[in-house]
Design a protein around this ligand. Structure first.
Ligand SMILES: Cc1ncc(COP(=O)(O)O)c(C=O)c1O
Length: 371
């Protein structure tokens, strides 16, 4: 791995709760005993589904129904199951014009035709543009299979879709009979508590939102645990496309046991650490790049989205940065049509504070040299 790794949405490694998980293992494994000789089943380990349900209740004031909730191998598997269940080659899927590269890869693999909707980097998807697209498709008698959105702490821009836009999205979804996939991967990495509106899943009273979330960003992607919550008939369609006999009960029981007691203390701890890293990266950018570029001020999540001047040679920048041991993500990876854009995404969750300061300063030097 590069010395200054600003790629990937990874949390702070030092806050990974090794001792807590060892204690959880000592507590739960003797009780689990021979249960681990059974297949976990397609919804997965019930106590972890209960943790996921209560996690939602803590923020949204209502639980997720555990009998509609399925544990998956990371949230990526939830996205893939949704894609398997609903996409046939050539189907239209709507999403933010810039979105998570993993989802784009998955949608392309399922041969969806991806239609990007412009977004504001503060307030999320542009609802006028969405309405226009929906009208246009309707006029051609085309029905999109679903709309995928990361409404909160969007990857890569950090946008938070406002409550007004969320309500408008749901109105449009009802008018055009549209299924919504809400990816809440970063929902709990929140630096300004109280500003995130209710989840689309909470605001919806027409059973047309599938909610997807993850334990990767608050704990670690190595545990490979995420989940979906889907109302019927979508739940049955997803279950019909699942062949893996369920997600690891071993991983699930350790995390369930640990989070049963420690979820919110752990989230508070890891969020505070990540916020300090965000601050360090923002300060370093302001010191060394202030006059040549602009960037977002994320209110949560793990990324800063940097707009470089058009004249930056993106290829040269990549080369110079690699020589200095710096990794970042190129903007085109997040563009629905892989357009070359003069933006980069910097991830501040994983590297140490010292590496963030040093690596960001070095990266700013590389940017100046690529002008
Ligand atoms: C928006 C979004 N959704 C889903 C994922 C997949 O994460 P995981 O499969 O580790 O839960 C990521 C990972 O970066 C992401 O950024």
């Amino acid at each position: 791995m590069l010395e200054y790794s600003f790629t990937g949405g990874r949390p702070d490694p030092a806050s990974f709760p090794i001792e807590g998980l060892v204690e959880a293992a000592a507590e739960v494994l003797p009780k689990m005993g021979q249960e681990l000789t059974l297949y976990p089943g397609d919804l997965g380990y019930l106590p972890l589904r209960e943790v996921a349900s209560q996690r939602f209740q803590h923020r949204e004031g209502r639980p997720l129904p555990v009998d509609q909730l399925g544990i998956t191998s990371g949230s990526m598997q939830s996205i893939d199951l949704v894609a398997s269940a609903f996409i046939s080659p050539g189907d239209i899927v709507l999403t933010e014009e810039l979105t998570y590269s993993g989802t784009l890869g998955c949608l392309r693999h399922h041969q969806a035709e991806i239609v990007g909707i412009p977004l504001d980097e503060l307030d999320g998807m542009d609802m006028d543009a969405l309405e226009e697209t929906l009208e246009d498709l309707h006029a051609k008698d085309i029905k999109p299979r679903f709309l995928y959105t990361t409404a909160t702490h969007q990857n890569p821009t950090g946008a938070i879709m406002t409550e007004e836009r969320r309500n408008r999205l749901l109105e449009l979804a009802q008018a055009y009979d549209l299924l919504i996939i809400e990816d809440d991967c970063y929902g709990d990495i929140d630096f300004e508590p109280g500003i995130v509106p209710p989840a689309l899943y909470s605001l919806d009273d027409t059973d047309r939102v599938i909610f997807i979330a993850s334990f990767s960003k608050i704990l670690g992607p190595g545990v490979r645990l995420g989940y979906f919550c889907a109302p019927e008939p979508y739940l049955s369609a997803i279950r019909d496309h699942r062949w893996d006999a369920g997600t690891s009960a071993l991983s699930s029981c350790l995390v369930a046991e640990f989070f049963k007691h420690n979820l919110w203390t752990h989230v508070a701890k890891t969020t505070a650490i990540v916020k300090a890293k965000r601050d360090a990266m923002l300060e370093t950018l302001a010191c060394h790049l202030g006059e040549v570029a602009t960037w977002t001020q994320p209110r949560g999540g793990l990324f800063i989205w940097v707009h470089l001047p058009e004249q930056v040679d993106m290829h040269q920048l990549q080369q110079l940065a690699t020589e200095q041991g710096i990794g970042y993500s190129e903007g085109r990876a997040f563009h629905v049509h892989s357009e070359v854009i003069s933006c980069i995404r910097l991830s501040y969750g994983y590297s140490s504070l010292e590496s963030i300061r040093k690596g960001t300063e070095l990266l700013c030097e590389c940017i100046h040299k690529s002008l």
